[in-house]
Write a protein that binds this ligand. Sequence first.
Ligand code: PLP
Length: 363
Amino acid sequence: METYPIPMVPGPVRVPPEVLAALQVDYGSGDLEREFLDLYNQVEANLQQLCATRNRIVVQTGEGMLALWGALKSTLRPGERVLALATGVFGYGIAEMARAIGAEVKIIGLPYDATLNNWEEIEAAIHEFKPKMITAVHCETPSGTLNPLAEVGRLKAKYGVPLLYVDAVSSIGGTPVEVDAWGIDLALGGSQKVLSAPPMMAFVAVSEAAWEIIEQVDYVGYDALKPFRHAQTRFEFPYTPNWHGVASLKVASDLLLQEGLANVFARHEQVAAYCRQRLQALGLRLLPRPEAIPSPTVTAVYVPEGIAWPDLDARFRQHGLVVGGSYGPLAGKVFRLGHMGSQADMRLVTQALDVIEHVVRAL
Ligand code: PLP
């Protein structure tokens, strides 16, 4: 496999050596179940800090999509109403997922370079449609945008919507995700983004209101949340505990907390601002549109005119830089720098921008 010294893909991100080392756990001795439970509880406490919540956190083996599906299936019955706030690939995708499981879905959509600001329209839709669940995406990774969710939480509380579901896969740990303050009932995260652990773990912060609904819906499946409700107290994990994955999450979350969350957030802001400033100075056009909010964890850039994305990608790779392409309608039109977690590093980002500058100037 070819390796590139300047990794800037927006997930999976470079795994730090300490986190990789955590995969070499030796669980061949002692009281396995007790030790695993201790580890799981510590990870839960760490993730609670990253999500600013007291809610229980379910850590599942699988990718972010597993948790995204599992949380929907665990809380929705066919015919129930979902209001999907969509500003990008994942926002529209979640609406389709809810439809696939039989929900009645209304989409309030904006273009991919926008972030939620149509509050009157959203409020009217909540009032008229009376959804059981509102879905939203915090950071739309494919377009590098961040949605302001405090206002969604306020509207949810005002109209007594039972559930707020938030995909925060590419923001948790890199920017504040205020689960309790914003009233998020299902906050979804993944290991391979800001946490910079291998891509095998997903997690969901589940509110008490959501647990009640999970009990009623009683969904059965590999991705179901219900079996985790009493997993810690009764030690009844629904499948073999993933010791390696949980151990890697422990070290990854420890690293962020040791640095101090305020410092981690400031590091992401600083790197993102630097990135945007240098790319704009090169004459490149960035997402999102000016009045919208760019994400501190990923920057999306339009491929300059006169060059096709595969050719641009090949030129970056010749200089050791690997960035991300994009998806859906943005595929081939946008490339992305993932400056999250271990890659929110001024030295690394400077190297990446030097390569981009060199390649773009040569065009
Ligand atoms: N949600 C967002 C916002 C993402 O960026 C991603 C992955 O890129 C996912 C969900 C899905 O996560 P996974 O690739 O781990 O299934």
